[in-house]
Design a protein. Structure first.
Length: 333
């Protein structure tokens, strides 16, 4: 596919990039719908479906792009896609939602999710620099990837256990995707078809996105890191942005910050965990700088969220503008 894309004019390549995003998003929707339907037929509680299948489904576009990039040794794109998506989720998605309507912050988000998100970024920084899984530093090796996946499994188990205890105690459990898991019912044949078509669309969309992004980077003289931090990261995070804006317009954004932070945890532990386990992922100096910036932004959001347990419109404007300044910085860099 790369040879075919290299022979196309840049306008056609941009259209194919948009098509790649469309395949990723629709493929993730079909995959989640099919797998959720099968889980319901197997009598899996909706709360577990929401915490696992649906929650991980929001990170499928990032997973497809980063894993594909890792397999073709395009490591700059693999790391920058995840870091860029996390920064976009934190600063722009939450910022825009806060501008539309102030976002209330749950206590568990303040004391568990945001600190854990910071810890994941710190772990990525430490493992990337030390190269514990490889003989040389600045590399996420197979062992590093396995470490990420083990922590991810423990995180999911802890969340499921906590949610089940809360439900048993009669408490209301608000988790993204749980309610939607209880609505649609598909036949086994249709569910399997959705799984197959969804997985195929994700694989094809990931391949198409990586190849077109690389072509655009070469044509415009941009680095793979810059393309990953901007075009690809924003494209793979569009579902989160659209969903959050719609929720904000309906004044249903109580979970917005928790969902964005949770997505960031998934991106580092699951996406980079899978990528590094399949093929070692090299980190550049620019990746290290961006991870540190991600950590700083995480602390900033934590501070904003800690004030009266909400993010105001003024703070949302600051966050969105800060993201735009960051974009200007990486373009100049």
């Amino acid at each position: 596919m790369q040879d075919f894309i290299n022979g196309l004019p840049i306008a056609a390549v941009i259209l194919l990039l948009l098509a790649g995003f469309a395949f990723l998003v629709k493929g993730a929707d079909l995959f989640v719908e099919g797998s959720s339907s099968i889980a319901r037929k197997l009598k899996v509680p909706p709360i577990i479906i929401g915490l696992t299948i649906v929650a991980m489904g929001t990170s499928l576009p990032e997973t497809a792009v980063s894993v594909t990039a890792s397999m073709v040794q395009n490591n700059e794109l693999a790391v920058s896609n995840v870091v860029g998506s996390n920064i976009f989720n934190l600063m722009f998605v939450i910022g825009v939602c806060s501008v539309l309507t102030p976002i209330m912050v749950q206590k568990v988000t303040l004391i568990r999710d945001i600190p854990l998100s910071f810890g994941c970024a710190l772990l990525l920084l430490v493992l990337g620099i030390l190269g514990i899984g490889d003989k040389t530093g600045m590399t996420l090796g197979h062992i590093d990837g396995i470490v990420f996946l083990i922590i991810f499994a423990v995180y999911i188990f802890t969340m499921v256990q906590s949610a089940m205890k809360a439900r048993a105690a009669g408490q209301k459990v608000e988790i993204e995707g749980v309610e939607s898991c209880e609505t649609k019912e598909l036949s086994y044949a249709k569910s399997i078809l959705f799984l197959i078509v969804g997985a195929g669309a994700i694989a094809f969309g990931g391949d198409l996105t990586v190849d077109t992004a690389s072509r655009i980077a070469i044509k415009l003289g941009m680095s793979q890191t810059l393309v990953g931090l901007t075009i690809v990261s924003i494209g793979t995070s569009l579902p989160e942005l659209v969903t959050s804006i719609v929720a904000a317009r309906k004044n249903e954004v109580d979970m917005a910050i928790g969902n964005a932070v949770g997505s960031n945890i998934f991106n580092i532990l699951m996406v980079l965990g899978i990528s590094a386990t399949i093929s070692p992922v090299a980190l550049l100096r620019e990746n290290i700088i961006d991870i540190i910036i991600l950590m700083i932004f995480t602390v900033l959001v934590w501070l904003f969220a800690g004030t009266k347990r909400k993010i105001s419109r003024k703070e949302g404007i600051i966050m969105a503008l800060t993201y735009l300044v960051y974009c200007g910085y990486i373009i100049i860099r």
